[in-house]
Write a protein of this length. Structure first.
Length: 219
């Protein structure tokens, strides 16, 4: 069963995904369903959409924390995000409910429950993103801090323009704004010189968002 402190951030994540992927005529109805879901209904919804696995033990026994973690679902691609960079140990994504413009999160790829276990490469990535934010967005400074949210340790990169703190009010950001920021902050691969370049193979990637299953009517 989901813990009470997890419900609000999970619903916010789902509602933002609905705003980005659902047709306008169905968007508000879907958002209302998410907002009105009980804890049990929300957990059933997440299981139905393969975002977490059932807590009922199967052949493999108890379900691991990684299989029930929304951040692990983001890392695996099960939940959409606005990724701006990554290395072997962590990925950097935009916060979809930011405190300030460019607010980003570093997610260690391994499911860690203690801040002291966060690998050094995750902090290296955080410093790299913080530097890019200061350069591109002209933030006065950036605050890097580690914490554990919903059982998964993360690193917040908070751009400070005035007197923002992690306790400041969060804002809703449109898909257009997030895409613009992603394009601005995304680390572009270095282009090869003419001598080094090789014929490129055509990469086929799906840009279609994973559609969420919603019941026609809740019990």
């Amino acid at each position: 069963m989901l813990k009470e402190e997890h419900i609000k951030p999970v619903k916010e994540q789902l509602i933002n995904q609905i705003r980005e992927t659902f047709p306008e005529d169905k968007r508000q109805s879907a958002i209302s369903q998410i907002e009105n879901m009980s804890t049990q209904e929300l957990e059933e919804f997440l299981i139905k959409n393969n975002m977490i696995k059932s807590s009922a033990p199967g052949e493999g026994g108890q379900v691991s924390p990684e299989e029930r973690c929304i951040f692990c679902s983001i890392i695996s691609g099960g939940v959409n995000s606005y990724k701006i960079d990554e290395n072997k140990q962590a990925i950097a994504i935009l916060e979809i409910n930011p405190i300030s413009k460019g607010h980003s999160i570093i997610l260690p790829k391994e499911h860690l429950t203690k801040s002291e276990e966060i690998p050094s490469q995750a902090f290296t990535l955080a410093k790299k993103i913080a530097k890019k934010i200061k350069t591109k967005l002209k933030a006065k400074e950036t605050e890097i801090s580690a914490s554990c949210v919903m059982g998964h340790c993360i690193i917040n990169i908070l751009p400070i323009y005035e007197k923002e703190t992690l306790n400041s009010e969060r804002k809703q950001t449109s898909q257009e704004e997030l895409l613009e920021l992603q394009n601005l902050l995304q680390i572009k691969p270095k282009t090869k010189t003419l001598k080094e370049s090789k014929p490129k193979e055509k990469n086929i990637s799906s840009s279609d968002s994973k559609k969420l299953w919603l019941p026609r009517r809740l019990p």
